[in-house]
Design a protein around this ligand. Structure first.
Ligand code: FES
Length: 276
């Protein structure tokens, strides 16, 4: 049994703006009934002001999909198209007082339908996800979608991706590929919620180095059977030891460079990493 907020229950039991607009100015369709969820969003737009004057939805999905779609229509009515585009899937969930994490994919579907409808209004061909490389065959989820949702929502685990996109929630065969995509994203780009700090005391610096290694570096190495251990932190020098599959790995030089780059990005340009 999912733990729904009162507002989710209200928007599920008494959904607002359900149905379809006659002669809509914009249509956004996402999802697939085969994969379990589908949403069709229709908009009426004031051509002079580009303001959304009506929005209606039809969905094939669970209580959260109905509540999220209904919430979306409430959020966008009265907004200009540009203002509506600022609405994220998290905004939809927040409007409802939150969604169970396993149901966040419903808010993602709402955001996608909005984007598709606005593209349709502007005559911009929507990038059809099916054209991208499909990573999860069970739910037809592309690499592009996984990357986009991960970066927008700061997702770092396969379970997160399953909650937000369903990818990985079927046979599970795609999980290792999702892990590889997440590693690729976060070894290159920092999660935005972490911010580079300045003028750290020695204790703060040591704590931050430990945190970055624990949260951002070790999980990625461990998922490949490798690991590192912090041996010492002397000023700006971080001494580590390679463990597991990382020991003697021919790619260890690349791994060390990437660890050093990440620590420099988050902690300070002066950080160096040495292997014991
Ligand atoms: S291929 Fe992704 S869960 Fe089956």
């Amino acid at each position: 049994m999912w733990d729904y907020t009162d507002k989710v229950k209200e928007f599920f039991l008494n959904p607002k703006n359900i149905g379809e607009i006659d002669n809509p100015d914009a249509v956004g369709e996402v999802g697939s009934i085969i994969c379990g969820d589908a949403l069709r969003l229709t908009l009426k737009v004031d051509k002079e002001t580009n303001r959304i004057i009506d929005a209606r939805f039809q969905t094939f999905g669970c209580a959260s999909a109905i509540a999220s779609s209904s919430a979306l229509t409430e959020l966008i009515k009265g907004k200009t198209l540009d203002e509506a585009l600022q609405i994220s899937n998290q905004d939809i969930a927040d409007f409802l007082g939150g969604l169970p994490k396993e149901k966040m994919h419903c808010s993602v579907m709402g955001r996608e339908a909005l984007e598709a409808a606005i593209n349709n209004y502007k005559g911009i061909p929507t990038v059809v996800e099916e054209e991208g490389r499909v990573v999860c065959q069970c739910f037809n989820v592309t690499e592009e979608k996984i990357r986009k949702v991960a970066m927008e929502n700061h997702l770092t685990t396969v379970d997160d991706i399953t909650n937000y996109t369903k990818a990985g929630g079927g046979c599970g065969e795609c999980k290792s590929e999702i892990e590889a995509i997440l590693r690729d994203i976060w070894l290159i780009k920092k999660p935005e919620k972490l911010t580079k700090q300045k003028k750290l005391t020695n204790l703060q610096k040591i704590a931050l180095i430990q945190e970055i290694i624990e949260k951002e570096i070790r999980p990625a190495l461990q998922s490949d059977g490798g690991d590192i251990e912090i041996i010492d932190i002397e000023g700006n020098k971080v001494v580590i030891a390679m463990r597991g599959m990382c020991t003697g790995c021919v790619m260890s030089g690349v791994t060390i460079d990437s660890i050093q780059n990440k620590l420099r990005e988050f902690v300070g340009e002066e950080i160096t990493v040495e292997v014991q």
